[in-house]
Design a protein around this ligand. Structure first.
Ligand code: F6P
Length: 322
């Protein structure tokens, strides 16, 4: 391996810059060249590639977003698109890849790594935390801290007005953001796709809650199976016309901001490990951290869709929210 290409793909996540920095600096440490590929697979196809040096990653560890930009590419889903991407890599002298992203990124990487003779490994970069093969993904810790900061503020106003708030958080297929932030913000109930909580269970929770509580917060994962904030609010209003119910959708503020210390350290660890893994012959694997040790998981397994929900955490919500 002489020249490692690094790219970010899919939804951005705080800490991606720290990961890029780690990949670039580690490659240079091992006397390799590094090429930054802009806008994920889309930029790979278009040949948007730039040589990177120590300076190109200076002063980025603390910045949210991704300096390489990111995209979701339809063309890369086609064999023709992937062939063009491969040709572009060859043209630019890139002979190995580190991709930073989520399940969409690794679905693409898995196919690409099987079709072409190019070593590729992945780093977990998504606020959703919905990958197997790592305890936490880069961006998750920052995002959940952003959420509890927002929910604490909502609690202030909810308490002043005796209101019930339905707060929708991100997580397209996963309730992991909702579950942890629900515990940390003291939510009265959480609705997540994994447990397919129905409205009766929600009403039950609201009724079993202390009657003298003046504010109530329900955290809903945006995943459709969890109901969506508007639909949940409609049902709550129908059942409890006397509750003063409001909706708050936190949206993309969850994806921005300075990465937390945890995310920067995680990104740095897996970034270093990814280059070392390529040099040691690893291919088609996600580089994560499990039980505080670097872990190597085949892409196939890493993108298994359903996130594992820890039943102990669910039980904690059950006990503490009453
Ligand atoms: O996968 C990360 C994520 O932030 C999901 O939680 C969310 O559903 C999705 O990306 C939003 O994507 P977009 O930025 O395309 O609206």
């Amino acid at each position: 391996i002489k020249n490692i290409g690094v790219f970010t793909s899919g939804g951005d996540a705080p800490g991606m810059n720290a990961a890029i920095r780690a990949v670039v600096r580690t490659a240079l440490y091992y006397d390799l060249e590094v090429t930054g590929i802009r806008r994920g697979y889309e930029g790979m196809i278009k040949g948007e590639m730039i040589p990177m040096d120590r300076k190109s990653v200076s002063n980025i560890i603390q910045r949210g977003g991704t300096i390489l930009k990111t995209a979701r590419s339809d063309e890369f889903r086609t064999p023709e698109g992937r062939q063009i991407a491969y040709n572009q890599l060859k043209k630019n002298g890139v002979d190995a890849l580190v991709g930073i992203g989520g399940d969409g990124t690794f679905t693409g990487a898995r196919i690409f790594g099987e079709e072409f003779d190019i070593p590729i490994v992945g780093l977990p970069g998504t606020i959703d935390n919905d990958l197997q093969g790592t305890d936490f993904t880069i961006g998750y810790d920052t995002a959940i801290n952003t959420v509890i900061d927002a929910v604490d503020k909502i609690r202030d106003t909810a308490e002043s007005h005796d209101r019930l708030f339905i707060v929708e958080v991100m997580g397209r297929d996963s309730g992991l953001i909702a579950l942890r932030t629900g515990i940390a913000a003291g939510a009265e109930a959480i609705l997540i796709p994994e447990t397919k909580t129905n409205e009766n269970a929600l009403f039950d929770r609201l009724e079993r809650g202390r009657k003298d509580k003046s504010s109530k917060i329900v955290i809903v994962a945006e995943a459709e199976e969890a109901g969506g904030a508007f639909e949940i609010a409609r049902q709550v209003r129908e059942k409890y016309p006397n509750y003063d119910t409001r909706i708050s959708i936190l949206g993309h503020i969850q994806r921005g901001g300075r990465p937390s210390c945890m995310d920067r350290v995680l990104a740095s660890r897996v970034g270093v490990a990814s280059v070392e893994a390529l040099l040691a012959g690893h291919r088609n694997e996600l580089i994560g951290v499990v039980n505080n040790e670097i872990a190597y998981t085949p892409f196939d397994h890493a993108i298994k869709h359903h996130s594992d929900i820890n039943p102990n955490l669910l039980k904690i919500v059950e006990i503490l929210s009453l």
